[in-house]
Design a binder for this molecule. Structure first.
Ligand code: ADP
Ligand code: MG
Length: 339
C-alpha cells in the first residue's frame, strides 16, 4: 500500500513541465503563462461514493455542489478567479435520470453562484459507485499566482474563518446523525443547532472565492493553500515547498464555535484536535511577510470571513505547536488517501 502523496511525488518526478508551465504538479492548481496576458489556473478533483461521501449522508444536489466547491477552492488558494468548469460523472447502473439531474442541479447552482460557466464534461455508467470529477479553469494576473513555495522565516501565518466543524460534521454523520433530523426551526443555540451547524459545514462547504481573489490581487501573501486535508497537513505542504518550519499558537486557533459548545456540553470531542487536523474545511491558509501584515488586516475588512493570525514561519524545519509557551512537535496527521 502506498500513500497518495508518495504516488503524486513519483508522478511529479517523471512528468517534465513543458513550455509555459509556470507551476506544474504539486500546487493547488497548475499555472500556465500566456505571454503577458492573465495566467491560466487549472485544477481538478475526484469525488467517489464510499470514499468521499455516502449517498445517505447528503441531499443528492449537495454532491454536485460540493464536488464543484472543492475545485473552486483550489483556484481561490492560488489567489485567482475561477471562470470555467467541466464535470464528468459516472452514474451507478441502477440510478435514475432524476438522480443525475439532481447531482447536476447542484453543480449548476454552485457554478451560477460563483460566476463560473459550465462548458462541458463527460457522462458514463459506473459498475458500482458514483464518481464525479470536476475541472476548473481560472485566471490571475500574470506572474501573480500565490504558490505553496514562497513562505519565508518571519512571515506570519493566517487562516480564514474557523476550523474543526467539518471534521466534527463527518464524525457526526459516521455516528448516525443526519441533516433532516435537525431541520427544524427555533432550535436557537441548543446542542441540536450546533450539530446541524457541523453537519452543514461538512455537507455544504463554501469556497473562499472573494478572499482568495482579493489576496491574489493585492499580492499580499507569500504562500497559500486551502485546507482540504487538515491544517497540520496543509501547513506542512507549504513548509515542504518553501523549505522552512512554522510555529502554530494553540491559543490563537479559531476553533469552530459548534465544536467548543458541544464539547462543553459533554460531547466526547477534542475541539483543538479537530481544528489542528480536521480536513475538508476549505478555509484559506496563507503566509504574509511581517511588513505586509497591516495591509492584510486592512484588506480583510472586505472579506466575508474573519482572518486570524495563528503563527509564524521559522527557519528551523518542522511544524511546532506552542501551548502556553511550551513547544511541541506537531505531526501532520490530516487526511491522506491510502491506495
Ligand atoms: P489538492 O488537495 O489541493 O486538490 P492534491 O493533494 O489532490 O491537491 O494534489 C496535489 C498535486 O498533485 C496537484 O498539483 C495535483 O494536480 C497533482 N496530482 C494529483 N494526482 C495526480 C495525478 N494522478 N497525475 C498528475 N498530477 C496529480
Ligand atoms: Mg488544495
Amino acid at each position: 500500500m502506498a500513500g497518495e502523496f508518495q504516488i503524486i511525488s513519483k508522478i511529479r518526478e517523471r512528468a517534465r513541465p513543458g513550455e509555459r508551465v509556470a507551476v506544474g504538479i504539486g500546487d493547488d492548481a497548475a499555472v500556465i503563462s500566456r505571454n503577458g496576458s492573465a495566467d491560466l489556473l487549472a485544477c481538478c478533483d475526484l469525488m467517489i461514493e464510499g470514499i468521499h461521501f455516502r449517498l445517505d449522508w447528503m441531499p443528492t444536489d449537495a454532491i454536485g455542489r460540493k464536488a464543484l466547491a472543492v475545485t473552486l477552492s483550489d483556484v481561490a488558494a492560488m489567489g485567482g478567479v475561477p471562470k470555467f468548469a467541466m464535470v464528468s460523472i459516472a452514474l451507478p447502473r441502477a440510478s435514475s435520470s432524476e438522480f443525475a439531474s439532481e447531482v447536476m442541479r447542484g453543480v449548476i447552482e454552485m457554478s451560477e453562484a460563483s460566476g463560473v460557466s459550465l462548458v462541458g464534461g463527460d457522462t458514463s455508467g459506473s459498475p458500482g459507485a458514483l464518481f464525479i470529477d470536476t475541472s476548473v479553469i481560472g485566471e490571475c494576473a500574470s506572474g501573480r499566482a500565490v504558490t505553496r513555495a514562497g513562505a519565508r522565516p518571519g512571515d506570519r501565518v493566517f487562516v480564514t474563518g474557523s476550523l474543526g466543524a467539518s471534521m466534527l460534521g463527518l464524525n457526526l454523520l459516521q455516528g448516525g446523525h443526519r441533516l433532516d433530523q435537525f431541520m427544524k426551526d427555533g432550535a436557537g443555540e441548543s446542542g441540536d443547532n450546533m450539530i446541524l451547524r457541523a453537519l452543514r459545514r461538512h455537507i455544504f462547504p463554501e469556497p473562499r472565492l472573494k478572499e482568495g481573489s482579493l489576496i491574489g490581487q493585492a499580492s499580499v501573501a507569500s504562500a497559500m493553500i486551502d485546507i482540504s486535508d487538515g491544517l497540520s497537513s496543509d501547513l506542512s505542504h507549504i513548509l515542504q515547498e518553501s523549505r522552512c518550519g512554522a510555529v502554530v499558537n494553540a491559543n490563537a486557533l479559531p476553533v469552530a464555535a459548534c465544536a467548543k459548545t458541544l464539547a462543553s456540553s459533554g460531547m466526547k470531542i477534542d475541539p483543538l484536535n479537530l481544528a489542528l487536523h480536521g480536513g475538508e474545511e476549505y478555509e484559506l491558509l496563507f503566509t504574509v511577510p511581517q511588513k505586509e501584515s497591516d495591509r492584510l488586516i486592512e484588506l480583510s475588512r472586505d472579506f466575508d470571513e474573519p482572518v486570524t493570525m495563528i503563527g509564524e514561519i521559522v527557519e528551523r524545519p518542522g511544524l511546532y505547536l506552542d501551548r502556553d509557551g511550551a513547544l511541541e512537535v506537531l505531526d501532520p496527521s490530516g487526511y491522506e488517501h491510502q491506495i
